[in-house]
Design a protein around this ligand. Structure first.
Ligand code: SAH
Length: 210
């Protein structure tokens, strides 16, 4: 089976079982060649709905998780978005399919992963800005963002990320140490924060100064 056919079938299954709801999310998952983002010896597994190792002890999330987070963010095309944890760049590419070119800013802790993701995204035609740094600080230069998401789990949602999202904006990500929950935060215009939880998840921990 070709990669394209395998990808179509995987996304059809995600839609049928209700893991992915929004058309824009399904279209994005149909467009991004996940096999280009995984190590060569993992390509055959690229269209199974599973997390995969991407080197450096890190993992790329399962497609249903990328789809669920993209649905939860409910992005508009003209949103400016902050990603924490570029990894191999797959999730960034999915987001980049939903928003306008040049609207996604991504922070990666590991310089090698950042460099690889940058060149891979560039080769595939995705206009994503990638910076090496600690996501606990967000990326203040391009704030305010309409939305932010994390692909690594902080013990608690970092204040800097919350502050860099505009009032009315949304943040989605895993939070917690031994027990992680996927949360969606909404900054209210009055400065308060609404918080929803969307079940238990397992992401790599967000590193800090180690
Ligand atoms: N979205 C990625 C998933 C990568 S796994 C993908 O599609 O491949 C999580 C990533 O978060 C890893 O690359 C890890 O290096 C990164 N990370 C961990 N701690 C971080 C921190 N403090 N700041 C930024 N990135 C971090």
């Amino acid at each position: 089976m070709s990669f394209e056919t395998a990808r179509e079938r995987m996304v059809d299954r995600l839609v049928t079982r209700g893991a992915v709801d929004r058309d824009a999310t399904a279209e994005a998952l149909r467009s991004v060649p996940r096999h280009e983002f995984v190590p060569p010896d993992r390509r055959e597994a690229a269209y199974r709905d599973r997390p995969l190792p991407i080197g450096g002890g890190q993992t790329i999330s399962a497609p249903h998780m990328v789809g669920m987070m993209t649905d939860l963010l409910a992005l508009d095309a003209d949103d400016r978005v902050l990603e924490i944890g570029t990894g191999c760049g797959y999730h960034a590419a999915v987001t980049a399919e939903v928003v306008d070119d040049g609207s996604l800013y991504s922070v990666e802790y590991d310089p090698d992963l950042a460099e690889n993701a940058r060149s891979r995204l560039d080769d595939l035609g995705y206009d994503v800005r990638v910076r090496v740094g600690d996501g606990h600080e967000g990326w203040p230069d391009h704030a305010p963002y309409d939305a932010a998401y994390l692909t690594c789990a902080p013990a608690e949602m970092p204040d800097a990320i919350v502050e860099q999202v505009r009032p009315g904006g949304t943040i989605v990500g895993p939070v917690g140490e031994s027990r992680q929950r996927l949360v969606r935060l909404r900054r209210r215009a009055d400065g308060g924060i609404d918080r929803e939880t969307h079940g238990g998840v397992r992401f790599v921990p967000m590193r800090r100064g180690d």
